[in-house]
Design a protein around this ligand. Sequence first.
Ligand SMILES: [Fe+2]
Length: 575
Amino acid sequence: MYILGINAYHADASACIYHNDQLIAAAEEERFRRIKHWAGFPTIAIEFCLKEAGISISDVDYIGISRDPKANLGKKVFTALKNRLSLSNMLNRAKNLKKAASIEEEILNHFKINKSDLKAQIINVEHHRSHLASAFFASDFEEAAILSIDGFGDYSSTMIATGKVNKITVLDTVSYPHSAGVFYTTFTQYLGFPHYGDEYKIMGLAPYGEAKYVEQLRDVLIFKDNGLFELNLDYFNHPKKGVQMVWEGGVPNMDSLYTQHLVDKFGPLRDKDEPLSQYHKDLAASVQRITEELIFHILNHLQKKTGLKNICIAGGVAQNSVANGKILANTTFEKLYIPPAGHDAGTCLGAALWIYNQVLDKPRLPITNHGYLGSQFSNEEIIEVLEKQNIEYKKLEGEALFNHVSDCLINSGVVGWFQGRAEFGPRALGHRSIIADPRRIDAKEILNAKIKRRESFRPFAPSILKEYVSEYFEMVDDVPFMEKVFPIKKEKHAAIPAVTHADGTGRLQTVDKAVEPKYYGLIEAFRQKTGVPILLNTSFNENEPIVNTPEEALACYLRTKMDMLVMGDIVVSRV
Ligand SMILES: [Fe+2]
């Protein structure tokens, strides 16, 4: 039995495929199309999944779409009438709904087949139910409370639920126009970061400020006694204008969400090229703080309500790794699972898992403990790419490779590390990574000068051998997907300055030898020479989606000042 999961007409369009109880492949469309957060119908990702499974679309038994146009239809019409939404806005929405409803047509047209050739049953799984399923059904919890929290999907922004064995029961939702994601995005825009997905910049900026404006923000984001929340709509224009998400051409783009009232209360907007003042930093810190408080507020109520000790989280707001790192210390939950793709791309997995568990009533699958589900290339394929461009290379394997690369890193080299299957999810986890020596005080400057050219306030992340977490961090937990930020022990700040953020924290990836032996081997070689079991790890890209193919990795290497490129066992170097 084959289940194809799809996230379409939503940011981070993606596809995955299951064969019986095996997850064969998963990929985001942006990696193929080379447009960040690409948001149309993910035909290339679907074709990739089918190819990995060795089947055609006609062999698929179920297609799960993480979107249900019929969900909350009554509420949608009611709100549109209540708020006298403009005709163009309503037409826009109707067009989106129609697109989502015509998935079958889209598939028949793309694959040029007749309806009789498509045996798959198409099942719409509501957006937040897909998020919930992507977290709980991928965890190893027999029973857990579940939270999905984001901007909007199928008219909801937040959903709380419980999961027991292979069933999820929804307890409550927060519906349009109230949304914690919209709250965060509004202030992201207000602080001069207008692009879709810029929220993580506010999270990176927050440690440079003091959370002085939390009380003022309590008038904007209102915590309710039932453990949920609402927005003070005076500050937001989406209830009147609707959330204008444009995806034509594939790039999601969002209209400004703040009102004049917000500007009156919080001062003039920051222009994107304006220097960041202390006020901007303090406001970023305050937005981050109240968001953390909101998450704890929701979770503590949810824990009390359910009596459960395990919690699974997904959705855009659950990508807030700083908040995630504080959950166990600030709530009564004891164990936390966040999937490798907790954001919208992960809903393709959720839709497939919903069908597998909830609809077909199959026994639970093993935990998803890695996100290496994308494209892969052999040494031969890599060599072919290099030879076509007359690039010199050498082949090194095992310890010889680890020694060579770790020497380069120790000599302040920046290395492109391209290995095995591409990661599914927003983080590079040692398969499409750029790596550097975390001990260098100037590593951030070197990386920004040589490759990244990104805002200087944004931190770089540490990949650490699993066994050494307690030596370097205040907290010990598995963090395989860089989904949590933990405080770094004070006495270690000076040892790893390149991955210690302004507030003494690090967004770590714990590297497990059993899951990722090659990356583990490299870090171990570095540890043997330096005593430090950590590498600086940032995504392999330069203002573009993470590289997917050897051609893209080579192009990135050639147009930047990266010192070495390692693809599989093939080494290209400038010296
Ligand atoms: Fe979402």
